[in-house]
Design a protein around this ligand. Structure first.
Ligand SMILES: C[S@@+](CC[C@H](N)C(=O)[O-])C[C@H]1O[C@@H](n2cnc3c(N)ncnc32)[C@H](O)[C@@H]1O
Length: 350
């Protein structure tokens, strides 16, 4: 890179970092009323993080946003991943989230985690039992249009606006794996409302992307976001995929595994390996686990106390890279850690 280009890239990086930090501050601010709403229903509801955790996690958050800005400025993924939405749309959603927080807090205080509206109940029959619950105590779990509308924003309040940067950490190893951008076939499992799917499509414009999820309302939201793009959406289980062996160049997922029972985690990895071509890429982004970064374990311990996450503790205690290596029959996972998330990948060699 010439001196002039490298100077421009540094400026771009600083501007993107400034934008990301401001966005982060906004989400942090928006999340401030939530503990008070919780406290209305449960006096023990909110535990203040220790000071050293606060300081360290802020440093880790900054590092994540800095790395993300560097990747964008260097063209690892395009600047269009930073789409800005209309402020009115954004703030209307904030109001909906604050309102919904009362229902979440009520459900949480009464330990009610299998409550669904009549409409959402109609979807339950065809779903696996581990999934028929209000994950995070959220209204209708993953089973309504209203839930799909606010989900991404709720998660961003939890992670102070850093969720997308964590999601994007898998793009660099994915790009590095495929030296040329030939017409790849990529499968995304547990795509939810399509936030990562968007990044995938923008970063691999020539690829054919297929995205699977168990929630039909979330898939509808994802379709709306990715209208006109080369993506197919399928409602189904990651542990039983309707694809032939060796169909895909890559299988990826973001924040899926911490929500699964241990046996299903293994089944999904086995299915992923089956549908991957030899030499293909399997990768995921998910929560840190207990052995990853002790200084952040406070958050890992608090998370399942604050939200209905029945399989999270088991997830944190069983290194996902060990399970992947067992299924792929090779000790070759690559692991990197980014704020509260980790990115794990492996090549299918046999
Ligand atoms: C925590 S959300 C993450 C969604 C999305 N990847 C993101 O980054 O926001 C987990 C998603 O996995 C889906 N899911 C859970 N179990 C699944 C399974 N067995 N097969 C397919 N999708 C599943 C849920 O419906 C939900 O959309």
């Amino acid at each position: 890179m010439s001196n002039e280009n490298s100077f421009k890239s540094k400026i771009a990086e600083k501007l993107i970092f400034g934008y990301s930090m401001s966005r982060s501050a906004l989400f942090l601010l928006e999340s401030k009323p939530l503990p008070y709403i919780r406290r209305l229903f449960d006096k023990r509801a909110f535990v203040e993080p220790p000071e050293d955790f606060k300081k360290y996690s802020l440093d880790e958050l900054k590092q994540l946003l800095m790395d993300d800005s560097e990747n964008i400025a260097a063209g690892v993924y395009p600047q269009s991943v930073l789409s800005v939405e209309r402020p009115t749309k954004h703030f209307k959603r904030v109001l909906k989230i604050w309102k919904d927080a009362f229902f979440i807090a009520y459900r949480r205080s009464r330990n009610k985690n299998k409550e669904f509206s009549n409409k959402a109940s109609l979807l339950l029959d065809s779903l696996p039992s581990y999934y028929k619950r209000n994950f995070h105590n959220q209204t209708d779990g993953y089973l309504s249009t209203e839930s799909a509308e606010i989900y991404d924003h709720q998660v961003d309040m939890l992670f102070s606006g850093s969720t997308d940067a964590m999601r994007r950490t898998i793009l660099k190893p994915l790009k590095n794996h495929f030296k040329s951008q030939r017409k790849l076939k990529i499968l995304e499992l547990g795509c939810g409302a399509g936030s990562f799917t968007q990044f995938l499509v923008k970063s691999f414009p020539d690829a054919q992307v297929i995205a699977v999820d168990l929630s039909s309302p979330y898939l509808e939201k994802a379709k709306e976001k990715l209208k006109g793009e080369n993506v197919s959406f399928i409602c189904g289980e990651g542990e039983s995929l309707d694809f032939k062996d060796e169909t895909f160049d890559a299988v990826v997922s973001v924040f899926l595994f911490h929500e699964l029972p241990e046996s299903i985690r293994e089944k999904i990895i086995i299915e992923s390996k089956r549908v991957l071509k030899k030499g293909g890429f399997f990768g995921l982004v998910d929560s840190l686990q207990s052995h990853d970064n002790k200084k952040l374990n406070w958050a890992l311990n608090e998370f399942p106390k604050s939200f209905h996450e029945p399989f999270y503790k088991n997830y944190t205690l069983n290194p996902i890279e060990d399970l992947i290596e067992k299924v792929f029959e090779v000790n070759a996972t690559k692991v990197s850690k980014h704020f509260l998330s980790k990115c794990v990948s492996i090549e299918k060699s046999i």
